[in-house]
Design a protein around this ligand. Structure first.
Ligand SMILES: [Zn+2]
Ligand SMILES: [Zn+2]
Length: 278
């Protein structure tokens, strides 16, 4: 069984406040539990409460001291939680950080960079855990315990990777910070084929994306719509769809979820605390 838990579901910037209480205000972070192996996808501000939960469940004691984080890319909303991630402050903990090479930086430089003075009072190298960086090549696969994690190139400014986790006959694909396009359609569909759960970037409404709302459109900004998610589900025969990387308040996200459910009943708009067992 794979247990997926959402700790941050927002895109671009944390949005705490009364208008985002239902789905939560933290940015992207998803925990994928594969038989006790801790696999985390993205380190937005949702990583902070996940770290607190891990500590409450005894992380750092006995054999429970290893974790892996796979970063889709290094935009703020996917890395900003790491300096506040308590397990990385535990001496003896093994922290494996995976990411891709960007044209002018890489995962290690970016994560160290967000903690240099005067941006942050503690440097990454002073975190007491044993931190290892692993730069992934496109289409590379990594094994964590019995789980296999593969990646795919997404369509996003500055590059981003999507991930797919397969474990014990179950699978989840994380396609976030991605603008669905003719160029990427076949690649993403093949990558996500038959997954039990597809987590998909649904930041914009179709009206926002096209410009029908009068806002000038969002084409080329690197994000998708719920309609694109539903289309991808049809191509991949994914069993469930989790809308993710929300860009609007709770009322609007509820409306988006309701519209998507009419086209694909297996849709849920991801919210903080949502657990899906596959
Ligand atoms: Zn993002
Ligand atoms: Zn991004």
């Amino acid at each position: 069984m794979i247990k997926v838990k959402f700790w941050g579901v927002r895109g671009s910037i944390p949005v705490p406040g009364p208008e985002t209480l239902k789905f939560g205000g933290n940015t992207s972070c998803v925990e994928v539990d594969c038989g006790g192996e801790i696999i985390i996808i993205d380190g937005g501000t949702g990583l902070r409460p996940l770290g607190q939960d891990m500590m409450a469940n005894g992380f750092g004691s006995g054999k429970n001291k290893k974790l892996c984080i796979f970063f889709s890319h290094v935009h703020w909303d996917h890395i900003q939680g790491f300096p506040f991630f308590k397990p990385a402050f535990i001496a003896g903990a093994e922290v494996y950080l995976y990411g891709l090479k960007h044209s002018d930086t890489d995962i290690e430089t970016a994560l160290r960079g967000q903690m240099i003075s005067p941006h942050f009072p503690i440097r990454l190298r002073d975190m007491p855990s044993r931190i290892s960086f692993k730069e992934l090549k496109a289409d590379e696969s990594v094994r964590v315990g019995e789980a296999v994690i593969r990646n795919v190139e997404l369509n996003h400014p500055n590059r981003a990777f999507g991930y797919r986790v397969d474990f014990n006959g179950k699978s989840v694909a994380y396609i976030c910070d991605h603008e669905h396009s003719d160029e990427s359609e076949d690649r993403i569909a093949k990558f996500s084929k038959g997954v039990d759960l597809l987590i998909f970037d649904s930041q914009y409404t179709p009206e926002e994306y096209s410009g029908a709302d009068g806002g000038g459109g969002r084409k080329g900004w690197g994000h998708s719509t719920w309609e694109m998610g539903v289309e991808l589900v049809k191509e991949t025969a994914a069993k469930r769809l989790a809308l993710f990387h929300h860009g609007r308040d709770d009322v609007k996200v509820e409306e988006i979820e309701s519209n998507a459910k009419k086209r694909f009943p297996g849709t849920v708009a991801a919210y903080e605390g949502l657990e899906i067992c596959l």
